[in-house]
Design a protein around this ligand. Structure first.
Ligand code: AMP
Length: 280
């Protein structure tokens, strides 16, 4: 595995590899890798000739009062974890990605302003900008994202379509802990008590799924039951629970053939997100 930190050197290396006819699979991450990330990397290994993983804690996607400084980092462990499946590990620093004279932003309107975008203004602009930049350095044939960040996946797909970016976006299932908690680098912030409480997020999504299975159609009723279940945990504070069209992210009053149930919940001070796609 080659470790490259310069965007320009990586771009030159990729151009050479592509000229030789290699397909490029790309997995963007912010590091502190877990099995969720590794599931994407393994899939890229299966699909593509060359696997590129990036580790970059992107300051553009953090709000001024968010956890940029304390975001967990462990490059040594990360590089050991992805070595087996990765050809190139891209590990740029902030100055290399955003020199002082950097001015450009990419914004996917509408989709970026709802759900997590409403609670985290500017977040998805930061995500779209960095992913666009990474795509222009790496020219991936396929790029892998997790369903865990469902809104992010919808936004990236829309950006790729709108801007004619020649990358195939693959969205992979959420990898979970034994008790259902979606794996996340931020789970490392949780105290023992909070970690136990956090399992209620997935339980509430399963509750929604079971209600629909039994014939429930009214989104508000489903959300209200989920809310009650989550608020049984003292450490939990709900940011939002929403039931939406999985492509447009428009709220659904009634359950459709397909509905995406999403939530963001503070467990202690840690903001966790999760979602489930329900088909009737
Ligand atoms: P992050 O490092 O949190 O920015 O995540 C990098 C990529 O891994 C994103 O596409 C995430 O959606 C994906 N990812 C994070 N957690 C999981 C998980 N538990 N299961 C599947 N994919 C995940």
């Amino acid at each position: 595995m080659k470790i490259i930190s310069s965007p320009q050197l990586l771009q030159e290396e990729i151009i050479k590899l592509k000229r030789k006819g290699n397909t490029i699979g790309f997995v963007p991450t912010m590091g502190y890798l877990h099995d969720g990330h590794l599931s994407l990397i393994r899939r890229a290994r299966k699909d593509c000739d060359v696997v590129v993983v990036s580790i970059f804690v992107n300051p553009l996607q953090f709000g001024p009062r968010e956890d940029l400084k304390k975001y967990p980092r462990n490059f040594k462990k990360d590089s050991a974890l992805c070595k087996k499946y990765t050809d190139i590990l891209f590990y740029p620093n902030v100055r290399e990605m955003y020199p002082d004279d950097f001015l450009t932003e990419i914004e996917v309107n509408k989709l970026s302003n709802v759900l997590c975008g409403a609670s985290r203004p500017g977040h998805f602009k930061g995500v779209a900008t960095v992913v666009n930049k990474l795509f222009n350095i790496i020219f991936p044939d396929m790029a892998y994202f997790g369903q865990k960040d469902a809104q992010q996946a919808v936004i990236i797909k829309k950006m790729v379509k709108d801007l004619n970016i020649p990358a195939d976006i693959k969205v992979m299932p959420t990898v979970r802990e034994k008790d259902g908690l979606a794996m996340s680098s931020r789970n490392s912030y949780l105290s023992r008590q909070e970690r136990g409480d956090a399992a209620v997020l997935y339980r509430s999504l399963i509750l929604a799924k079971n209600m629909v299975k039994k014939g429930a159609t009214d989104s508000n009723k489903i959300i209200s039951k989920m809310r009650n279940l989550i608020l049984n945990k003292k450490s939990a504070k709900i940011d939002y629970i929403s039931i939406v069209n999985p492509e447009t992210l428009d709220p659904l009053k009634k359950m459709n053939k397909q509905a995406l149930v999403l939530l963001a919940v503070f467990v202690g001070k840690t903001r966790l997100i999760d979602n489930i796609l329900i088909r009737r």
